[in-house]
Each structure stands twice: as C-alpha cells, then as structure tokens.
Design a protein around this ligand. Structure first.
Ligand SMILES: NC(=O)c1ccc[n+]([C@@H]2O[C@H](COP(=O)([O-])OP(=O)(O)OC[C@H]3O[C@@H](n4cnc5c(N)ncnc54)[C@H](O)[C@@H]3O)[C@@H](O)[C@H]2O)c1
Length: 268
C-alpha cells in the first residue's frame, strides 16, 4: 500500500530534489540577491555555505540563516582567484561532507561607454574596467562551477548549479563588459548542462531584470525612475522573487540548460 501511494505521489509531483539538509554554496552570499536566496533556501531547510569578500556582512548573513534553524558557514573567497576557489570548495566539502548545489551569484558593475566624446575630448573604457568585470562575472563563474562540479562528481553527489546572468546579456548601453560577461555565463550554462548531465548535475541560469538591491539602488534616482517606467509591470523585482526562482530550479529535476527570465516583461 505504502509503495502504491509513493508511486502515485511521484507520478503527480515528478521526482524532486528536496531542499531539506541539502548543502548549497552561494557566492556573493552576504548581501542583495545572494543573501535573499540564502534565507529563502534556509527556510526550506537547506544548509548554506556563503562565499563573499566581507567577513562582517558574511557573519550577519550566516546568523540570519542559523536563526531559521539550519547550519550555515561563511567562506572569505575571491571567486576570480583560482587558488582561493579551489581551497574554498575543498573546505566546504570537509565542513559539510557533501555539496548538492551552487549558485554563482557574485558579480560587480563597472559601467561606462566604450568611447565617450565630450567637448571634443575622447575617453575610452579602460582595459582594467573591462577585465575586472570579466574576471569576477565570467571567470569567477567558470572557476566555481569547475571546482564544485569536480567535487560533486568525486563525492558522488547529485544536484544543480545556478548561474545568475542578466537581462543585460542581450547588450545594454554602458555595459560592454557586463553584457559580455552575462552573455558568456548564459552560453556556458547551456554547455555545462550538456556536459554534466551524465553525472547527475543540472545547470541552469536566471536572468533577472532590475531587482531592488544595493547594486540597483546605487543608480541615480532619475535613471531609476526612467528605467522603472519602461517595465510593463511598472516596478522593480524583489530579491525574494529571484530566490523563489532559484528554489524552483533546485527543486525541479527536469529544469536544465535554460535561462529563466525574471524581468517583469521588460526587454532592453
Ligand atoms: N540587482 C539587479 O537588478 C540584478 C539584475 C541582473 C543581474 N544581477 C546579478 O545578480 C547578482 C547579485 O547582484 P546584487 O544586486 O545582489 O549585487 P550586490 O552588489 O548587492 O551583491 C553582489 C555580492 O557579490 C560579492 N562579490 C563581488 N565580487 C566578488 C568576488 N570577486 N568574490 C566574491 N564575492 C564577490 C559582493 O561583495 C556582494 O556581496 C550579480 O551577479 C548581478 O550581476 C542583479
């Protein structure tokens, strides 16, 4: 009878990764979308490994997860540094004994036009401005995915990797570096979903539109207002709405190789 009930429930719900006690790494986990996803997943019983650059903020985020009744730990690590990423992943595996998920969320902005001519003077986007964003937003995603997937295979853990892309991956004025990195992340997501499926690892992305975080609230008020008025839903997204999508991807065992767009209907 119990067997029959299970078959019926599985047919209705499909197979599903349950988040309770799953170990999930979130990069850029101390604020904004990363912290919101951490708390959302903690509320579902997941154990969190939060990775970021600021110990004080990491401590606050870890405390917020622990207050929800789960194990959480912080890891100071620059995702663009190969040695630090390798060490961090080894440490997470040692501390928790398993890894079931990774959310590649750490990211930076260094906006500017490729070329700007003002009063007869030309300024150029510097190579440093280009490289800083590529290093964190693209190379960081590559390094974390490579190391986490390797560890998951080694430990025979199955699960999912989520890459945070952006609506800007379509190409956005003032964001040569950011758009290129986010488009790269989207393409790599499809590639890795194909390559890692045989190990039981799904890879998917989320492309947020404009979401209320420190990153966007740093924009000039007039730019913010102009941008919001162009969104069909007439408001920015909330971090919890992105977290909800991350949980959906982690839980849905048939979601892989696709980028979930969450932008209120905006097209840039
Ligand atoms: N907020 C939005 O509207 C929006 C829209 C589309 C995509 N995104 C993407 O979502 C992600 C999170 O954005 P957010 O708005 O929460 O930004 P945020 O600036 O609030 O948070 C980003 C976090 O990443 C961390 N970080 C930066 N560089 C790092 C590095 N080298 N190593 C480790 N950690 C690092 C920062 O310290 C910070 O805690 C980013 O990838 C961003 O590009 C955000």
């Amino acid at each position: 009878m119990g067997h029959l009930v299970r078959i019926t429930t599985d047919c209705l719900l499909g197979t599903r990764m349950h988040l309770k006690d799953k170990i999930i790494i979130i990069t850029g986990g101390c604020q904004g979308l990363g912290r919101s996803m951490a708390e959302y997943l903690a509320a579902k019983g997941a154990k969190l490994a939060l990775v970021d650059l600021n110990q004080e903020k990491l401590d606050q985020a870890v405390a917020a997860c622990k207050a929800l009744g789960v194990e959480a730990r912080s890891y100071l690590c620059n995702v663009a540094n190969e040695e630090q990423v390798t060490q961090m992943v080894a440490q997470v595996a040692e501390d928790f004994g398993a890894i079931h998920g990774l959310i590649n969320n750490a990211g930076i902005l260094r906006d500017g036009l490729l070329l700007r001519v003002k009063d007869g003077e030309m300024t150029k986007m510097s190579l440093a401005q280009w490289q800083a964003v590529i290093d964190v937003n693209l190379t960081g995603v590559f390094l974390c995915t490579r190391e986490v997937a390797a560890k998951m295979i080694e430990l025979k853990n199955q699960g999912a990797i989520i890459n945070i892309s952006s609506i800007s991956r379509a190409g956005n004025v003032g964001q040569t570096n950011y758009s290129a990195a986010k488009a790269g992340v989207a393409a790599a997501t499809v590639t890795w979903a194909k390559e890692l499926a045989r190990y039981g690892i799904r890879v998917a992305g989320i492309a947020p539109g404009f979401i209320e975080t420190e990153m966007t609230l740093g924009m000039k008020p007039e730019a913010l207002e102009k941008m919001t008025s162009g969104i069909p839903l007439k408001r920015m997204g909330k971090p919890e709405e992105i977290a909800h999508s991350a949980a959906y991807i982690l839980e849905n065992d048939y979601y892989s190789g696709r980028i979930l767009e969450l932008d209120g209907g905006l097209r840039i």
